[in-house]
Structures are given as structure tokens and as C-alpha cells.
Write a protein that binds this ligand. Structure first.
Ligand SMILES: *[C@@H]1O[C@H](CO)[C@@H](O)[C@H](O)[C@H]1NC(C)=O
Ligand SMILES: *[C@@H]1O[C@H](CO)[C@@H](O)[C@H](O)[C@H]1NC(C)=O
Ligand SMILES: *[C@@H]1O[C@H](CO)[C@@H](O)[C@H](O)[C@H]1NC(C)=O
Ligand SMILES: *[C@@H]1O[C@H](CO)[C@@H](O)[C@H](O)[C@H]1NC(C)=O
Ligand SMILES: *[C@@H]1O[C@H](CO)[C@@H](O)[C@H](O)[C@H]1NC(C)=O
Ligand SMILES: *[C@@H]1O[C@H](CO)[C@@H](O)[C@H](O)[C@H]1NC(C)=O
Length: 544
């Protein structure tokens, strides 16, 4: 009853509060993110840097000066062998013939500063940075006299540094240093948008990524990435879209493109509207891409949907060749196989684990009799437990959802099929879950179609409210039938909570030792893959 007054109240408030102006007359900026395949293979490290630089300059030029800001991915420019100094923010443009000859700013960074001037754009670049320090006066300074950071640097339209951020959540990067305290990188622009930015793996943690949203109240975020996708819940574009949706923010994400390492994924997302532009490497792609994605972005994602131009719904074609990781604890889920024999009628299932109960409702389309087996079988699953990403980094995850498997074996869930066969169509699919409250957590939609893109706002509905039991009641449902689902889930990342490793102690038989062992196994596979990639990139680079 009182609900119908809410819009009016909101509008009245918005007349008073200038930050709500977007609701009445939306303002826009033009952003570009770049999916980038770094040069590798034959050549000296200098030659490879030159190739990356030339491609960067070409991509910047290809925007024809139309972009307010262009974002490049993590780790695709200079290697450890061509470190550069990144000056602290100041008004001094780096696009000048050397003012202080010994300032240590590499030539490639000066050239990019000149490109920012020429394109009249802000540029966000990610570099391997060298920071001088003095081991005699600074006890944290290594004997070699410098620190090395994985650093985002933002140049303004004059080529001056307006923001610098050194990665906090390092991911298998033992050769890199970390700042003593986390940095919160925020910058204002001449187009009246204030951005926060961070790097790749940071996105899975509270500090600093989630804090930029919750404590700094930012609505425009940028992330540079070299992200290895993990099925069924954490593939790159799926996570970007879910994170932007759950936080109600615009997200500009630029990803490195190395499909043989499972790495790809870029996009521009506007909160609950979904993706404006996005890219995962095409199906069957074995080499990465170099592509500029441009979009007109509303200053605030709280605009009418008619005010944004959304990317299309992408159900297929199926992507089969990206080498991805697999969720390491699927066998700790409380899960149940959806029988294909019950097509036509509305089905229900209630599943709990530890403190999370979820209710599933679905209806399968009755398909004409076919000799072929369906492409995937589906499981409904609930999980409460701690997962680990590497040696000492964890999240507690609470999730419920539907995910695709190749056969009845749990170990086949989160693997893509090789041969296209008959699809299973869900006419109705609805999930309700009751999630416990914690001060630091993010509940997000985690959806994926066989195209490896998340479902758009035209395809899903997400509702959330807090009930008298103080739990968050979340409902996720399909708005229309879908026949290419890989994942359909409510994914809760409970930052900084600690639980026993693995399953949530629901007493379903398996001891925690088994869960820990699984986690370790998952990590070592992940480490091997990543180390291989690092070796490939750095050894080949240094080989010259
Ligand atoms: C830039 O200009 C070229 C040549 O006129 C055109 O083909 C291209 O579409 C333009 N790109 C953008 C992003 O405007
Ligand atoms: C920085 O990295 C170097 C090389 O890995 C290491 O020797 C040094 O201890 C690190 N310094 C800090 C403060 O972590
Ligand atoms: C930014 O906001 C100021 C003050 O509201 C206004 O004068 C200016 O025109 C705005 N600039 C842009 C690019 O919208
Ligand atoms: C990808 O490869 C599969 C199997 O080789 C083939 O059937 C399919 O048409 C290919 N898809 C595209 C988009 O090229
Ligand atoms: C299930 O699929 C996996 C491949 O994902 C295969 O290794 C396994 O043998 C299959 N199991 C059964 C029972 O068909
Ligand atoms: C209930 O939830 C609110 C936030 O929604 C939280 O601040 C409060 O501490 C919770 N109370 C209890 C008793 O858990």
C-alpha cells in the first residue's frame, strides 16, 4: 500500500539531492575497455614491449578521440625486465622531453602520455613498476634498493598522473611487493565522474575493492584484469556482471586475452541493467584478441532502461575451447540431480546445508523424442563453506543454484561438452534462498549461458529483502525460457568470515580433512597452470 508512494518520495528526495540528478536527466560519458592479447613468442623483451606499445597506440588512435576514458588490462605491456617509475599524482605531464633526466619514467610510458594528449582521453594502464627505496633508512626496502609493484596508473588528458594504485591482493606473484597498507585509489575527472580502481583478484575481496563501493560510496569502478575463469560460478565476464549488478555500480573491466591459459573477459556494465558491451574470446578461439569496446555510460546506473543501450542477449554459440578451472569443492555441495523424465509439470525441491536453505522451482519443456542424449544434465546444489584461492587467501561462500554437468558424476560438473547435442529447455526456473546477515558480504546473481556470457536483465529477475528473521531473502528467476544454461545461481561471497575448510559441517558424512585435501588439490592444479603461464610469459620474454 505505502509502496506506491515510494517512487514519488524518491523523486522528491532526488530534487533535493544533486547526486540523484541522473534519475531525471541522465548525463553520459564515453568509455572504452580493451581486451588485449600481449605479444609473446620470438623476440627480445624490448621487441615484445615495442609490439605491445605499437598495438596500444593503434587502439588508442582507433577511438578517434571520442572516448573520455580508455582502460587497458593487467600485465600486457612491460615485463619485469623493463620496469618503469610511476610518479605520484601531480599536474606535470609525462609527455615532455625529459624534465628530470634521471626520473626513471620509461620511454614507453612517456609515449603513452603523449597518446593521451593526442586522443584527449584519460588512460588507465597497468605496468610493472619500480619504486626506489633506501635499505639504510627503510627497513622494508630490499637490499637491491627498489620495490616492484603491479600498478595501475591513470593519466589525464594532459598526460599527467592523476592516480596510482599498487595491487593489494597478489595472486601467485611472489616476485612482487605489496604496500604496507592497502591503497584506496580514487580520482575525479573533468567530466564530473569520480572513479575508484583496483586490479583483478582484488575483486574477490573486501579490501580495497568492496570498500571503494561501501565506504567511499563510488558508483563508477574500474578493474584491470588477467583473470583465469573458473566454472561454474566465477568465469570472467559472469563475475564482472554479477559484481556490478550486486553493487549497483558501473564497472569498466579490461581483460588480458590468452585463451590457452583460460584468460579472457572484458566489458562495460551498468548495475542492474547488465552489460552495455562485453567480450569473451569467440568460440573455438585459440589465440586472444585485441579489441576496443566502446560504450556510452550513464553517470549513475540508476537510470531508466530506455536510457541505456544494452548488449544483446547471448545464448550461444557454445564456447568450447577456453581452458578453465573448475570449482574445487563441488563434491562438498549438497546437490541433487534434476531428472529429465519430469518434463512438462512444475517441480519443486528444498535443499539445505548448514545455515542456508534454498527452494527451487522449475519446469522443463517437453521435447520431441530424440535418440540423442541431452548436452548437459543439471544439478541443484547448496553450499556453505570456506574455499581457498591459493596458499593463504580464502572466502566463505554461501550459494545455491543450478549448474550443468556432463553426466551423473559430480566431477563432470563445470566442464564443457565437446560435441553439440540436444539442449534442455527450462520454461520456468526460480530459486529462493535465505542468507544469513554478515557485515561484510556480497550477494550476487551468478548466471551463465553456453556462450560464456551472463544473462541480461531482460532474461532474469533478482529480488532481495530482509525479513523479520534478519536473513536476506533472495529470489532469482528466469523471465523467459532458456535452453542454453550452464549456471543459474545466487552467489554469496562472505568476505573475512572464517569457517572450517570445505563443507559447512552439515554432517553429511565427509570429514573436513577430505574437504581440505580437495582444496589443496584444486590449488595445486591452479598453481601449476598459472606458473606455466608466468613461465611462458616471463621466460620467453627474458629469453631474448
Ligand atoms: C574512427 O574513424 C574511422 C575512419 O573514419 C572509422 O572507420 C571508425 O569507425 C571510427 N571509429 C570510431 C570509434 O569512431
Ligand atoms: C619485496 O620483494 C623482494 C623480492 O621478492 C623481497 O626480497 C622483499 O623482501 C620484498 N619486500 C617487502 C617489504 O615485502
Ligand atoms: C560538471 O558539473 C559542473 C557543476 O555542476 C558543471 O558546471 C559542468 O558543466 C559539468 N561538466 C560536465 C562536463 O558535465
Ligand atoms: C567450433 O567447433 C565445433 C567442433 O569442431 C564446430 O562444430 C563449431 O561449428 C565451431 N564453432 C564455431 C563458431 O566456429
Ligand atoms: C563423466 O564425464 C567425465 C568427463 O567429464 C568422464 O571422465 C567420466 O568417465 C564420465 N562418467 C560416466 C559415469 O560416464
Ligand atoms: C540484522 O541485520 C542488520 C543489517 O541488516 C545488522 O546491522 C544487525 O546487526 C543484524 N542483527 C542481528 C541481531 O543479527
Amino acid at each position: 500500500m505505502s509502496g506506491k508512494w515510494l517512487p514519488t518520495l524518491l523523486q522528491l528526495l532526488c530534487f533535493a539531492v544533486s547526486s540523484c540528478r541522473a534519475l531525471s536527466t541522465p548525463q553520459y560519458y564515453t568509455a572504452g575497455v580493451i581486451e588485449f592479447r600481449p605479444a609473446f613468442g620470438a623476440g627480445t623483451s624490448e621487441q615484445l614491449l615495442e609490439q605491445n606499445l605499437a598495438a596500444y597506440l593503434e587502439l588508442i588512435a582507433s577511438a578517434n578521440g571520442t572516448a573520455d576514458i580508455l582502460v587497458f588490462p593487467e600485465g600486457t605491456l612491460n615485463s619485469q625486465l623493463q620496469l618503469t617509475v610511476v610518479p605520484a599524482p601531480s599536474k606535470r605531464s609525462l609527455c615532455h622531453v625529459v624534465v628530470a633526466p634521471a626520473d626513471g619514467v620509461a620511454r614507453f610510458l612517456r609515449q603513452l602520455a603523449c597518446a593521451a594528449v593526442e586522443a584527449h582521453s584519460y588512460l588507465l594502464l597497468n605496468v610493472n613498476e619500480r619504486e626506489r627505496c633506501d635499505p639504510l633508512t627503510d627497513k622494508d626496502c630490499p637490499a637491491r634498493g627498489y620495490n616492484v609493484y603491479n600498478t595501475n596508473v591513470v593519466l589525464d588528458r594532459s598526460g599527467a598522473v592523476v592516480s596510482r594504485y599498487r595491487k593489494w591482493n597478489l595472486y601467485l606473484e611472489p616476485h612482487l611487493n605489496r604496500t604496507r597498507q592497502p591503497e584506496y585509489a580514487v580520482f575525479e575527472t573533468d567530466f564530473n565522474v569520480t572513479f575508484g580502481h583496483f586490479i583483478c583478484f582484488d575483486m574477490l575481496f573486501y579490501t580495497p575493492a568492496q570498500e571503494l563501493v561501501e565506504r567511499y560510496n563510488l558508483r563508477n569502478l574500474i578493474v584491470s584484469k588477467m583473470f583465469k575463469s573458473e566454472l561454474p560460478f566465477l568465469t570472467a565476464s559472469q563475475l564482472q556482471q554479477g559484481w556490478a549488478w550486486a553493487n549497483g555500480v558501473n564497472l569498466l573491466a579490461a581483460g588480458a586475452s590468452l585463451p590457452h591459459g583460460g584468460i579472457s573477459g572484458s566489458g562495460i556494465y551498468a548495475g542492474e541493467h547488465g552489460a552495455l558491451k562485453r567480450l569473451m574470446v569467440g568460440s573455438n578461439a585459440t589465440v586472444g584478441e585485441r579489441q576496443l569496446l566502446l560504450a556510452r555510460v550513464p553517470h549513475s546506473p540508476l537510470v531508466e532502461s530506455s536510457d541505456v543501450q544494452l548488449d544483446e542477449e547471448r545464448v550461444g554459440p557454445a564456447q568450447r575451447s577456453l581452458a578453465m578451472l573448475q570449482q574445487p569443492l563441488l563434491d562438498k555441495f549438497n546437490s541433487w540431480r534434476v531428472p529429465s523424465s519430469l518434463a512438462g509439470s512444475l517441480q519443486q525441491k528444498h535443499i539445505c546445508q548448514a545455515d542456508l536453505c534454498c527452494h527451487f522451482e522449475w519446469q522443463l519443456a517437453t521435447s520431441p523424442r530424440t535418440e540423442r542424449l541431452p548436452e548437459y544434465v543439471y544439478r541443484l546444489g547448496v553450499f556453505v563453506g570456506q574455499r581457498r584461492y591459493e596458499e593463504a587467501q580464502y572466502s566463505v561462500v554461501r550459494l545455491c543454484g543450478l549448474f550443468a554437468c556432463r553426466n551423473d558424476s559430480i566431477s563432470s560438473c563445470g566442464q564443457l561438452t565437446e560435441t553439440p547435442t540436444a539442449a534442455v529447455q527450462f520454461n520456468i526456473l526460480r530459486i529462493n534462498g535465505n542468507f544469513v546477515h554478515r557485515p561484510r558480504r556480497l550477494l550476487m546473481p551468478s548466471t551463465l549461458s553456453a556462450s560464456l556470457y551472463a544473462l541480461q536483465s531482460s532474461e532474469i529477475e533478482w529480488q532481495q529483502h530482509v525479513d523479520s528473521d534478519n536473513k536476506s531473502h533472495v529470489q532469482l528467476q528466469l523471465r523467459k525460457p532458456h535452453a542454453q544454461l550452464l549456471t543459474f545461481a545466487i552467489y554469496g561471497n562472505y568476505f573475512d568470515e572464517t569457517l572450517q575448510p570445505g563443507g559447512g559441517g552439515d554432517g553429511d558424512g565427509d570429514g573436513d580433512g577430505g574437504a581440505a585435501a580437495t582444496a589443496v588439490k584444486g590449488v595445486s592444479v591452479l598453481q601449476v597452470l598459472l606458473l606455466l603461464l608466468v613461465l611462458l610469459l616471463t621466460n620467453v620474454l627474458s629469453g631474448g
